[in-house]
Every structure is written in C-alpha cells, then in structure tokens.
Design a protein around this ligand. Structure first.
Ligand code: SPD
Length: 393
C-alpha cells in the first residue's frame, strides 16, 4: 500500500513538472476472442491472437530484461523470440529511418519516439489484444501523451534517470581529502574535480543526446534547447574536461563494477546493477547512483511496434505478457529501473521499492528534469557538438 502511495505521489509530481493534467487512460477494449459465440456453441475463453509464423523479433536496450523472461514467453506461446540489443537512441532511430528493420517490437525513449510517431515509423498498438494495458499507472500514461497523444503507440518498458554514478571508495581516495561537491554534476563537469578523478577513471555515456542535455542543464540552460548559442556554451564547458574522460560507453556496468571507472554519467538502473555486480564479485567498494542537488534527467523507454512489423499479433501478445504485474515487477527487481505498472508495485521487493535511487522520493522528484523531445535541428546540433567534444577539438 505504501508503495502505491509513493508511486502516486511520484506520478503526480512528474505530471506537475510536465505541466500536464491527469487524464483517464484509454480503456482497454475487450479481448479479441471475446465476441459472443453462436448460441449452439459453448463460449470460448478469450485468448491471445498469434501470427501464422510463430516468430517475434525484439530490439531493446542491453541489460534490461530479467533472465528467463523470454524463455517463459516462448514456452507459453510457442513463439520463437529473436532478441537483439542497441546501445543508443541514435542507433535505433537510424535503423527505423532506413526501414525494413526486421524488428516487430522496438523500445525507443520518448524523446525520440515523438518524431518516430509523427514520421509514421511506428504503428498503433493493437490495444484490443493488450488487456493488461489496464495495469499501467494512468498518471504515467498521461505523461507519455506528450510524445504520443492518446497513448496510441507507446507503452512504458521502464523509466529512470540519467545521473552521476560513483564508486565512493575509489573516488574519495582519488580526491585526496577534497570534500565532495554539493552538486554531484561537478564531479564530471568541473575541472577542479575531474583533474583528480581521472586517476580512477571517468566514464561518459557514448551518445550526443545523453551528454548534451545534462551538460546544457549544468550550465543553466534548457536541457532540450534549440538555441545554437547554448550548444556553443555547452561545448566550451565540455572541452575543459575532455582530457580527463577515460571512456565513452553506453554499456558501463562492468566498467563501474570492475573498477575501470570511479565516476560516470550513466543511467540510474545500470549504476544500481553495477553496485549489485560489484558486491556479487566480492568487492567492498560503495557504488551509488547519486541524486544531484540540481536534479537528474528523467527518461521513459517505451515499447512500440514498427510500421512494417511482420508479426504484429505476436508483438501484441508479448506486450501483454510483459505488462503482467509479476513481469513488470521482475524487471524492477532485477534491473533496478522503476516500472510504470501500477498493478505490479505490490510485487516489487521492499529493498528495491525502498531504494531512493530507483523509486525516487517525492521531494527529490520535483527537482528532476522532465522529458521533452528533440527536434531534428537539436539532434544535429547535439551531434556536431558531441563529435567535436569527443575528438577533443
Ligand atoms: N540497461 C538499460 C539501459 C536503458 C537506457 N535507456 C536510457 C535512455 C535514456 N535516454
């Protein structure tokens, strides 16, 4: 019950931050097979609809699905799942734009999904085949309408935030008695700190649309700015710390857990996974996702069906399967990302539900940077700024 209250509080603040009014979610339509049976025959139970070819091709982020979940779906349905991963929204977007991806389900961030919907790259969900949509938190679905009016195309896989991850044990040693900054972003953006922390390793996510928004926010600009002057300023700030960044990677769990990086710009759940992995490997180091005083960048990753999906019914069956409360909760428990599945909240383990860097407390939520979307111009500006930063020019 406490967890539900917390989830509601979080959703309410997120909605307020986004300036959206809570709306009722679209009512899921009746299951496909629920049409009245002819009087002479006994009523058949509603069930999933499958495509003739019992195959499903999914394209998702790495380290995002509990072990065994795909195998359970395959066993239950007889559908063979091909599961591939991508590391950045840019990589997924390029595939979608090129077309003929071969994928049925993809998992874009809403910051990209808005343009993908407008560009006709994603098809509407077969809602009548996804009764478990009713399990979603209406407040979270309402936030998603910013990218997907009427919730026609997207349903959350998970959400989280881009922040600073730290191996406290190693970072404190590298700082040599220098106090931790009040604003955790200083650890990755301020030369005073980066010049010391480079000795134990600084890692950045390897994507323009991950680094530029938090860099813009750090210098006091809109994280989703379209103003070229803002990009110039962000690039100047980043140039000062370039030489101190050891690695660029969007799969940094092992780098943090294994001690290759002591400070990182990373995703909340991945940092929590790194902390758990370090423990499993016998490390005593304290690894944490930090909650910077100036906020962190919220993201929503959403399931969607490609415009040319060859197995749209199998896709709907998988989405419905994933939206079962126990599956959504398993994702939160195993991967360290909050679920937008309200019915699953009671199944989230207490230590996960109580982890303030996974299910953030409502007080902090108000500080966070709510998601928006990138225009093509902004993406191009970010890409140019990022490439010149990375090359060290
Ligand atoms: N290991 C799962 C990583 C998911 C990251 N998606 C983040 C998108 C942020 N824009």
């Amino acid at each position: 019950m406490k967890k539900q209250v917390l989830a509601l509080a979080i959703s309410a603040i997120l909605l307020a931050a986004c300036g959206k009014k809570e709306e009722a979610p679209a009512a899921p339509a009746a299951p496909v097979a629920a049409a009245p049976a002819p009087a002479a025959e006994p009523a058949k139970p509603a069930g999933p609809v499958f495509d003739d070819e019992k195959v499903l091709n999914i394209y998702n982020w790495p380290d995002y699905i509990p072990e065994g979940m795909i195998a359970t779906f395959e066993k239950e349905t007889g559908i063979k799942v091909n599961y591939d991963t991508f590391e950045t929204n840019e990589a997924l977007h390029a595939k979608l734009v090129a077309g003929n991806t071969g994928y049925d389900i993809v998992v874009p961030g809403t910051v990209f999904a808005k343009g993908q919907i407008e560009g006709g790259l994603l098809q509407p969900l077969k809602k009548e085949q996804i009764p478990n949509l009713a399990n979603m938190d209406p407040a979270i679905m309402s936030v998603l309408t910013k990218a997907d009016p009427d919730n026609k195309h997207l349903v959350p896989w998970a959400w989280g935030f881009t922040t600073v991850g730290i191996n406290k044990t190693k970072a404190e040693k590298a700082l040599g008695g220098m106090a931790m900054p009040e604003n955790a972003w200083d650890l990755v953006f301020k030369p005073e700190y980066t010049s010391k922390l480079k000795s134990c390793g600084i890692a950045y996510l390897d994507s323009p649309t991950e680094i530029l928004p938090v860099a813009l926010h750090y210098i006091g600009k809109d994280a989703y700015s379209n103003d070229p002057a803002d990009y110039k300023l962000a690039t100047e700030m980043l140039a000062k710390v370039r030489k101190d960044v050891r690695l660029f990677s969007s799969t940094m769990i092992d780098d943090i857990a294994g001690g290759k990086a002591c400070v990182a710009i990373g995703w909340s759940g991945d940092i929590n996974q790194a902390a758990a992995r370090a423990k499993e490997n016998g490390s005593k180091d304290v690894i944490e996702a930090l909650l910077p005083s100036t906020g962190a960048l919220i993201f929503f990753d959403t399931m969607a069906v490609t415009k040319d999906a060859k197995h749209p019914n199998n896709a709907a069956a998988f989405i419905d399967f994933y939206l079962r409360p126990e599956n959504a909760a398993a994702m939160a428990n195993d991967m360290g990302y909050p679920t937008g599945n309200k019915a699953g909240m009671d199944k989230v383990n207490p230590e996960i539900a109580g982890n303030k860097t996974i299910f953030v407390e409502s007080d902090y939520f108000g500080k966070m940077i709510p998601p928006s979307s990138f225009t093509n111009e902004a993406r191009e500006a970010m890409s140019n700024a990022y490439n010149s930063f990375k090359k060290g020019k």
